[in-house]
Design a protein around this ligand. Structure first.
Ligand SMILES: Cc1cc2nc3c(=O)[nH]c(=O)nc-3n(C[C@H](O)[C@H](O)[C@H](O)COP(=O)(O)OP(=O)(O)OC[C@H]3O[C@@H](n4cnc5c(N)ncnc54)[C@H](O)[C@@H]3O)c2cc1C
Length: 493
């Protein structure tokens, strides 16, 4: 197979790779993204609570930290970016609360620091006033500092939208393409993948959990990472009234996180229970679940185990404990010219537009002439969300395409029209459809709509249902057709 040639190769289509690809698509540059999964945004970005933090929500955002600077660079960009790409962005605000009056002094210090950094004045609400704003919070809470700017996004939607727009503007995306080795000479990287070699002048390593391993393939591992596993629980949408804002308890130690977060879709998330762990073990354990639930109930006693409809784990890649518990690396390797590493433990989603800009600046400083592309189209149209439309809009949509009149997922009111559009935009699996238009995210978790979505995917892609997978690889859902199963059973006696 002849080698693919590209000027810039991005490894990984998570939020950082996608944001960088989209930023580079503004220029006349030859950019290719390789992603080992069957879809984009399925690495750490999938296991995320979606908070667009403002750099003042913990004591950890010191101005001298690189990630703070990236975050501040990103702050004015995120909302306009979501508008351009038609990705939901909701400013929910946040309360950083205390359970012990002794900690009020710490909150005051934090408020002063926020103000002195020019990030606005956060107001303190003692419990009785706080309860008027958030009626379900525990009476054990003494009060909380209000940050009105905190917002939420859906990190996977954002990643999909960024990649969709980047490919529309000329970036090439190679899915199911895993990097297995890298050779470098004075001018070119030869990147080995399961689909053959790719020759590139620049490599941007945005491989998330595996960023250090990829860097080590070419000797560009100038940093050490510690994977820390985080647990997040998902509550049914019928709990939405329990919290209108992000509710968090002031961390008494770094990494001590206890939050409840409203999502753009109206569910509540709770966690994050952190644990040093082997990487790539994404399993959720009963112990983490119990701990997270117990902590969430300290914030909102009404949260019930019965309403937990899902849970997930992901990895925060912490850079080095000595220089802040999750400092980042967005830099050209000092050992390997033209090789850029990109990793942000937290807040990778919030800082992603800033990190993407920084990579463009690094490339320009290195002498890569990036000429703006006059044909760049920053806009992307979202898939219509039938459940949110008015009666009149629904009728007009059904008139245009009757498949919008056929509801496939009853929990989330998702229509066949939306599912077909998700497939047209790149979804090839059940999770691909779920992460674009939500069938299977409701209370039944796909129990009822899963087989119907499988049938639609098979029909649209022209493949047998037995080949439709949950998330690529060997994750097929229908091992045999019933007739074949009966025949097999008969043959086995
Ligand atoms: C529980 C939890 C909650 C979080 N909450 C927030 C939050 O609220 N707000 C916030 O801003 N941040 C949050 N973060 C941090 C944020 O999720 C990460 O910083 C961000 O998602 C990292 O994105 P990434 O693109 O670097 O990595 P990834 O999303 O992991 O992307 C890397 C991609 O590279 C691909 N890849 C890996 N190896 C290879 C290979 N060999 N070949 C080809 N492709 C490869 C992977 O498949 C993956 O798709 C949270 C993290 C966790 C774990």
């Amino acid at each position: 197979m002849p080698a693919v040639e590209t000027e810039i190769l991005i490894i990984g289509a998570g939020i950082l790779g996608a944001a960088t690809a989209r930023e580079l698509s503004r220029y006349k540059a030859d950019v290719t993204v390789v992603e080992k999964n069957v879809d984009v945004g399925w690495g750490i970005t999938k296991a995320n609570v979606g908070v667009v933090c403002q750099g003042r929500d913990t004591l950890e955002f010191r101005p001298e930290y690189h990630r703070t600077r990236l975050l501040w660079k990103a702050l004015p960009l995120m909302e306009p970016l979501c508008k351009e790409l038609e990705v939901p962005f909701k400013r929910v605000g946040a309360y950083l609360m205390i359970r012990d009056q002794v900690l009020k002094e710490k909150l005051d210090k934090l408020a002063k620091r926020t103000e002195s950094l020019g990030l606005g004045a956060d107001k303190y609400y003692p419990y009785p006033e706080l309860k008027e704003k958030e009626p379900f919070i525990s009476p054990e809470i003494k009060g909380g500092l209000h940050d009105p700017e905190i917002a939420v996004v859906h990190p996977v939607y954002l990643t999909q939208a960024l990649m969709e727009n980047a490919t529309r503007n000329g970036v090439k995306l190679m899915l199911e393409t895993e990097v297995t080795g890298i050779r470098a000479d004075h001018t070119t990287f030869t990147v080995l993948t399961n689909r053959g070699e790719i020759k590139a002048r620049y490599v941007i390593n945005a491989a998330g959990e595996w960023v250090d391993k990829i860097a080590a393939m070419v000797g560009a591992d100038d940093f050490v990472l510690f994977p820390i596993k985080g647990y997040v629980g998902v509550l049914d949408r019928n709990c939405a009234q329990l919290a209108g804002s992000l509710l968090a308890v002031l961390p008494e130690e770094p990494g001590d996180m206890n939050i409840v977060v409203p999502t753009v879709e109206g569910n509540l998330l709770f966690g994050i229970q952190l644990q040093i762990n082997r990487r790539h073990d994404r399993s959720t354990t009963g112990h983490m679940a119990r701990l997270a639930l117990r902590n969430a109930r300290k914030l909102i006693p009404e949260i019930s185990e019965k309403d937990v409809i899902n849970s997930f784990c992901g990895y925060l890649m912490f850079r080095n404990f000595e220089i802040g518990w999750h400092e980042c690396e967005v830099a050209m390797s000092e050992r390997v010219p033209r090789f850029i590493n990109m990793t942000i433990g937290y807040p990778g989603v919030s800082a992603s537009p800033g990190a993407a800009l920084e990579v463009v600046e690094i490339l320009q400083r290195d002498g890569l002439g990036l000429e703006p592309d006059p044909g760049f189209d920053p806009k992307r149209e979202d898939i219509p969300d039938f459940s949110l439309l008015s009666e009149r809009e629904r009728k007009a949509l059904i008139k245009r395409d009757p498949r919008y009149g056929h509801v496939v997922c009853r929990c989330e009111t998702v229509t066949e029209g939306e599912i077909v559009e998700a497939i047209r935009r790149g979804a090839t699996t059940l999770d691909g459809v779920k992460f674009r238009v939500r069938p299977g995210t409701g209370r039944c978790q796909g129990g009822f709509c899963g087989p119907r979505v499988t049938r639609i995917i098979a029909r649209e892609l022209g493949i047998p249902e037995t080949e439709v997978t949950k998330s690529g690889g060997a994750s097929t859902q229908v091992p045999l057709r019933t007739k074949q199963l009966l025949e097999k059973g008969g043959a086995d006696g």
